[in-house]
Design a protein around this ligand. Structure first.
Ligand code: 2AM
Ligand code: CA
Ligand code: CA
Ligand code: CA
Length: 263
């Protein structure tokens, strides 16, 4: 398997889907449906996922799909695509950036290709197994900031599972007072690639799904960063908890989250 070629084709699919998303937004009245509480989907999410799935099927016919809007839901023996057609739909609905197309390829249970295309700023972040991590053709690396006190920390606010709010609120207080500041963009895939390119030192969020994090987490690791779940284990794709940071602050950052939200 030539991961680099696959990655380049996936970037093309992500970019052309981004263009489609922008054009459709201008052409049509948004048809917004509610899937659950604060969980929205538009006709553009669905049409975008259809386009992505059709493109990826031609690229690798034997691969299965794990896709947010359920366009295709069959598992492959060896290869599976993990797709979020629009990560940050709430931003998108409100005409706000960032929002991103997120596509990962999993071989057995390891990511081998990851692409996050942030549509608003026209920024394509990508990596493949054996390569480095890139933003629009340039190599990216995580930040070198040495401590949490030197860090810009990103998170996402819960939209369900409010049972963990006490620990989460404590973590907000803690990072507000002990870092450069806290940010909440509303697109987990974008948060992750911003860690990969050093704009954020670190990111944490719970209740995320595989399609929110699969591509972004891979790109963070390929850019020299580290990723784990809230108990410092490796169940961060399917485990619905993720911590990602640069290498230098990883121990301090993950210990803080563990203490605030697990112990
Ligand atoms: P989405 O836009 O694809 O749904 C922001 O905190 C992150 O949470 C985004 O990655 C967003 O992805 C996801 N998200 C926001 N609201 C959600 C909901 N109600 N259910 C599931 N995921 C949600
Ligand atoms: Ca959604
Ligand atoms: Ca998402
Ligand atoms: Ca989505």
């Amino acid at each position: 398997m030539n991961y680099k070629n696959i990655c380049e084709s996936v970037c093309e699919i992500a970019r052309s889907t981004g263009l489609f998303i922008k054009e459709e937004r201008q052409n049509a009245i948004l048809n917004i449906e509610t899937k659950g509480s604060n969980d929205f989907v538009t006709h553009i999410d669905k049409a975008s996922e259809r386009r992505i799935v059709d493109g990826l099927k031609k690229l690798l016919p034997e691969a299965g799909f794990i896709a947010e809007e359920g366009t295709e839901d069959v598992r492959g023996d060896k290869f599976n695509w993990i797709i979020d057609p629009i990560d940050g739909t709430t931003n998108f609905i409100h005409g706000l950036s960032p929002y991103a197309v997120s596509i990962a390829l999993m071989e057995d249970d390891k990511m081998v290709v990851g692409v996050v295309y942030e549509v608003g700023l026209d920024e394509c972040f990508y990596s493949w197994k054996g390569g480095q991590a890139y933003l629009n053709g340039k190599v990216i690396e995580v930040s070198k900031a040495p401590t949490v006190a030197d860090s810009l920390v990103a998170t996402g606010f819960p939209y369900s599972n409010f049972s963990r709010m006490d620990g989460f609120k404590e973590s907000l207080d803690y990072f507000m007072m002990n870092s450069h500041g806290l940010r909440r963009l509303g697109s987990a895939a974008t948060d992750l690639v911003y860690v990969a390119c050093g704009r954020f030192e670190s990111f944490y969020e719970y209740d995320l799904k595989p399609w929110d994090v699969a591509a972004g987490a891979f790109i963070v690791e390929q850019a020299g960063g580290k990723v784990c779940d809230f108990s410092k284990g490796d169940n961060y794709i399917f485990g619905r908890e993720i911590i990602a940071s640069n290498k230098a602050t990883f121990d301090e950052f993950s210990n803080a989250i563990y203490k605030l939200m697990v112990k």
